[in-house]
Design a binder for this molecule. Structure first.
Ligand code: FAD
Length: 319
């Protein structure tokens, strides 16, 4: 079932739950993923997102002692994991797709795989620049912005493939989500410009928005209000992630370009151990979730990244 159909079916009467996971590191068993997800699935998520990861350049030592640059995808398997999730849990999976590192042909092939596997939900994203590069560069023959990827998916939903002369091509049936940024995408000169580009994605067929994580609900509420006054009227799903270590006080703002409220950061700084931080982070997430639920958000989307027990403890207080 499509994410948008889940939302419409709930019709504002209940707030749904969804989770996001990362594929295991290359060489690891999928059992690690099941151990992570099994306790979370108890809470009846309506869908589970699986992130996509571009390959990264690494230097590998050769036998003669010199180094060669190789491209390694550390977390492969998104498409297969989506199918395995649907098979194991009978819960819909949402495959993230990114522009970075992919040609349009490779994207089309991934979409055909997803369609054959019965995965009807995708999140269309641009992806970021590789860690050692300063700005995002599209793959030769690939997309520069998420909107171009979205248009490719919309085209396939209308039976239009890259070989436009394909006769009677199968129409895919993808529900397409896109990303939104309550604190503005870091490359956008201002919020208005960011909203302008988001609106273009909506006009190109996006069904809903999932937000970047945030720790101040006021920023989410203001963002939704700004989107509405800009004519963006599709569901806007809040993305949520607990803080579980002191290190994250600097890593999260650097990685995700979001603020951590002073009230939360000072409480974390007073903690003696990361176990204490986990308690503070979980309590903050619970209060955020309760307020968002009371405000009638369509879905609470949790980035579970390695801390399923924290999410489980929060969600159990909500259901
Ligand atoms: P875009 O919509 O392309 O926007 C990127 C920037 O360009 C913005 O500043 C926008 O305003 C601007 N822009 C957009 N269109 C145009 C245009 N036509 N002309 C000029 N400027 C334009 N990354 C991964 O690698 N894998 C994942 O699985 C993943 N999952 C994510 C899930 C969520 C919910 C979120 C919020 C992010 C995720 N990311 C993921 C990170 C994401 O790829 C980055 O935030 C990336 O920097 C932007 O992606 P986007 O889809 O918003 O890009």
């Amino acid at each position: 079932m499509k994410v948008i159909d889940h939302i419409n079916q709930a019709a504002g009467n209940s707030t749904l739950i969804s989770f996001e996971i990362l594929p295991p590191l290359k060489g690891k068993s999928i059992n690690a993923l099941w151990e992570h997800l099994d306790p979370l699935v108890e809470f009846k998520p309506v869908y589970i997102n699986v992130t996509y990861h571009r390959s990264e350049s690494m230097f590998k030592k050769k036998q003669d002692g010199s180094f060669e640059k190789v491209e390694v995808r550390k977390r492969p398997g998104t498409v297969g994991i989506c199918a395995a999730i649907q098979n194991r849990y009978k819960v819909d999976a949402v495959a993230h797709l990114i522009c970075g590192g992919f040609s349009k042909q490779e994207t089309e092939d991934a979409l055909i795989d997803l369609n054959f596997l019965g995965v009807d939900n995708v999140l269309a994203l641009r992806g970021d620049a590789p860690k050692n590069e300063s700005s995002f560069e599209p793959e030769p023959g690939g997309h520069k912005y998420a909107i171009e990827l979205l248009q490719q998916i919309s085209n396939m939903n209308n039976g239009i493939y890259l070989e436009e002369d394909l006769k009677n091509a199968v129409k895919t049936n993808f529900c397409i989500g896109v990303a939104g940024y309550p604190e503005k995408h870091f490359e956008s000169p201002n919020m208005q410009t960011d909203l302008y580009h988001l609106k273009l994605k909506v006009e190109s067929g996006a069904d809903y928005v999932v937000t970047q994580l945030f720790y101040d609900n006021k920023k989410y509420f203001e963002y939704v209000a700004a989107c509405r006054s800009y004519g963006i009227n599709i569901p806007i799903i809040p993305g949520l992630k607990p803080i579980t270590s002191k290190k994250q006080l600097t890593v999260i703002p650097r990685t995700f370009h979001v603020d951590i409220p002073e009230e939360l950061s000072s409480e974390i700084l007073r903690c003696k151990t990361d176990a204490d931080v986990e308690i503070v982070g979980a309590e903050w997430l619970l209060q955020q979730s309760k307020e968002l639920k009371a405000a009638g958000v369509p879905v609470l989307h949790y980035y579970t990244l390695g801390k399923p027990h924290v999410i489980a403890n929060v969600v159990k207080e909500l259901v």
